[in-house]
Write a protein that binds this ligand. Structure first.
Ligand code: AQP
Length: 349
């Protein structure tokens, strides 16, 4: 489907943004630049925004219950500290709105095995021992399609790694609409913008920065203090060359390119502007400048997260309120889906 065709298909739907983050560990700089920072920008553009801590996705790999509870609250604190306003955005955890799991099951019956077999995230996460992976990890993309389509969301801000899943969401929506002869689900568009749509590991510029990477030195956590941030940047893998005059000169230098992109995203500028400023300088000069910038952006967020985490009951109250508002949007959409499929809806009749 071309962009104008997508726009035409979505014209009947109110613009609405949905996106989520797994509380499968502490939030990273990758989550912040690829997702969270942009969630705040979208909220501030005045579009209706629904943001979810996808705890049902997190359990596709083992989660210790106490750690999951803590990570969910800490991620919520991260959203609030980064600028999500629960009065303007809906913020909740997925398992408090059971319609996600219900629509997820329905989409398991719409999605084809062949589509799932093409999903690179499953291959990456299951690794060589796919036989031992959970069925939930394999079905992850159809639950993600349910998360999005349950709200008739038209736009999904994500990092580059989630593009394939949003495309699969469109395939599921199109197949449902076609099979039942309706125009019920929109064709959500991935919104992948900015200089840091794929933040890479600080230890390996070819690998995505990830919460679950066993090496803490590979990532900057939103809870890291100024010293930890500066130390991780100082130790980040680089090459001996100075920074080039143009971004084209970074083509075969993944670690250098990553640090330039991070700088640009944190400064709200472009990678071209960053190389223009630092051209000819080595990492001995660039890394301290990047560390200062990262500390100045991230310290207020981590300080606010610490303050919010001192009152977990208040965080739970925000998530509960968000879940009530989310459920009010989701319930009629799920109900209508079931009705379209021929299921009797007669409770309370
Ligand atoms: N390194 C990254 N660069 C840019 N964007 C990223 N995102 C994640 N990592 C990067 C974006 O953050 C959002 C939430 O991702 P997620 O937590 O649902 O899952 P993920 O992509 O699998 O993130 P992780 O950190 O790698 O989690 P684990 O280690 O648990 O698998 C998405 O929009 C994602 O694109």
């Amino acid at each position: 489907m071309t962009a104008p065709e997508t726009q035409a298909a979505n014209a009947a739907f109110k613009p609405r943004i949905f996106s989520g983050i797994q509380p499968s560990g502490g939030l990273t700089l990758g989550n912040y630049l690829g997702a969270l920072k942009r969630f705040v920008e979208k909220q501030d553009e005045g579009i209706e925004t629904v943001y979810c801590l996808v705890d049902l996705h997190a359990i596709t790999v083992w989660q210790d219950p106490d750690k999951l509870r803590h990570a969910t609250r800490e991620a919520a604190a991260g959203f609030l500290a980064a600028g999500i306003d629960p009065a303007r955005s809906i913020l909740f955890n997925q398992s408090q709105v059971s319609a996600h799991a219900e629509l997820g099951w329905i989409f398991n019956c719409i999605a084809r095995l062949g589509w799932m077999n093409r999903m690179t995230q499953f291959k990456d996460k299951a690794g060589k021992n796919a036989e031992a992976a959970s069925l939930g990890l394999y079905a992850y993309p159809s639950l993600m399609a349910a998360d999005i389509l349950l709200y008739h969301a038209t736009m999904v801000p994500v990092g580059e790694d989630q593009k394939q899943h949003v495309e699969l969401t469109r395939d599921i929506a199109a197949k449902f609409n076609h099979d039942y002869g309706v125009e019920f689900f929109p064709m959500p568009e991935p919104v992948i913008e900015g200089a840091a749509t794929r933040v890479m590991s600080l230890r390996d510029g070819t690998k995505k920065m990830s919460k679950s990477d066993p090496s803490d030195a590979s990532r900057i956590n939103l809870t890291d203090d100024a010293d930890a941030i500066a130390q991780k940047i100082r130790k980040a893998r680089t090459d001996p060359e100075p920074l080039p005059e143009t971004v084209a000169g970074l083509a075969d230098r993944p670690e250098a390119k990553n640090l330039v992109n991070i700088y640009a995203a944190l400064a709200g500028t472009s990678p071209d502007a960053v190389v223009a400023e630092f051209a000819g300088q080595g990492f001995g000069a660039f890394k301290p400048a990047l560390a200062d910038l990262a500390v100045s952006v991230l310290t207020p967020i981590s300080t606010e997260m610490t303050r919010l985490m001192a009152d977990p009951a208040e965080i739970d109250r925000v998530l509960g309120g968000g879940a009530d508002r989310a459920a009010a949007i989701a319930a009629p959409i799920l109900d209508r889906t079931l009705e379209i499929m021929g299921m009797i809806r007669s409770r309370g009749a």
